[in-house]
Design a protein around this ligand. Structure first.
Ligand code: RIB
Ligand code: CA
Length: 317
């Protein structure tokens, strides 16, 4: 077994971010979770930060360090997704106020200090707007020398979800996404082309219900509430599990297939703001700055997710 992967998760919980956190904490032998950084996104920062704490408490992992970061994007105002995730970000459930508290350090300072001092290279997983990561890169570009991989949920080769052109995380802060895709690293990118294949079926939710542990019951309630919006607006057969795909990839890379390409982020103020143009056929001959996925083993992913959630009840499904 490989040594646990040094990991920082940057997120905006959000129902699917919440599930991604539970996946990391269930697979504690696989990850050395150095911290969770949070930004405003699906819902305002005071909710996203609290929700990250709630996920750790629900998982019984009160030692996880959570850092609040940027409340909104570099430019313009924050585009919320509370219609998708509910007013508090945890649609369908009310969890007790967390006993855990946020770390006093700002998320951007934590990112810089950790990446400048970690004895091992660190993997960054991002599941929300990229403001924290982008600001850390701008303030201290040398952090990139100690980054093993950046795995980002964002973008879409085809239709967007918050506009016809753009996926939410990149639309929420296009300038931050541009900083990421021009920083010199090859960004592992999991966009809507993949995540819209990963939808919660009633059959799978029934399997989840059969596990009957406190964690799965919360997840089950949230995922039932979460799926309504996606089924109504995106002609999919269930709730789209965007952010869990990032953790699924880190746990089993063979579940995802894609290729090295050039990606450009639209930072204009037109209808296509926030769009990630993917040069899939290398028509422009530009340098590689991303690895974009277009295929996923859906059954394999859901088997992995069920197995992780079953661990909270001491079960193996
Ligand atoms: O477009 C999907 C992304 O936007 C996910 O990360 C979801 O949590 C929302 O933040
Ligand atoms: Ca998210």
């Amino acid at each position: 077994m490989n040594a646990p992967l040094p990991l920082i998760l940057d997120c905006d919980p959000g129902v699917d971010d919440f599930v991604a956190i539970l996946m990391i904490l269930a697979a504690s032998e696989r990850f050395n979770l150095l911290g969770i950084t949070v930004s405003g996104g699906n819902v305002p920062l005071h909710y996203t930060a609290e929700n990250a704490l709630k996920a750790c408490e629900l998982a019984g992992k009160r030692d996880v360090k959570v850092y609040a970061g940027c409340p909104g994007p570099l430019l313009r105002s924050l585009a919320l997704e509370d219609a998708v995730h509910g007013e508090t970000g945890l649609k369908g459930v009310i969890l007790p106020p967390p006993a855990m508290t946020l770390q006093p350090l700002h998320a951007v300072d934590f990112l810089i200090e950790t990446l400048m001092t970690s004895p091992q290279k660190v993997t960054l997983a991002t599941t929300g707007p990229l403001t924290n990561i982008a600001l850390a890169i701008v303030r201290e570009p040398r952090i990139l020398d100690n980054v093993e991989e950046i795995v980002t949920m964002g973008g879409s080769m085809h239709l967007g979800n918050i506009t016809p052109a753009a996926e939410y995380n990149f639309y929420a802060d296009p300038e931050a996404a541009h900083i990421l895709y021009t920083c010199g690293k090859k960004i592992t990118t999991i966009g809507l082309d993949v995540t819209h294949q990963v939808v919660t079926s009633l059959d799978w939710l029934a399997h989840l219900k059969s596990l009957e542990n406190p964690v799965t019951q919360v997840v089950l309630t949230m995922l039932h509430a979460f799926r309504e919006y996606d089924m109504k607006y995106f002609e999919v057969g269930g709730g789209v599990l965007h952010d869990p795909c990032v953790i699924g990839y880190l746990l089993n890379r063979s579940l995802f297939k894609g290729k090295d390409v050039h990606v450009e982020i639209d930072t204009s103020f037109s209808l296509t703001r926030g769009r990630a143009t993917v040069d899939w056929w290398h028509k422009r001959g530009l340098h590689i700055n991303a690895h974009v996925f277009n295929e996923v083993n859906v059954e394999g992913f859901f088997d992995l997710l069920l197995g992780l959630l079953a661990r909270y009840g001491g079960e193996t499904p």
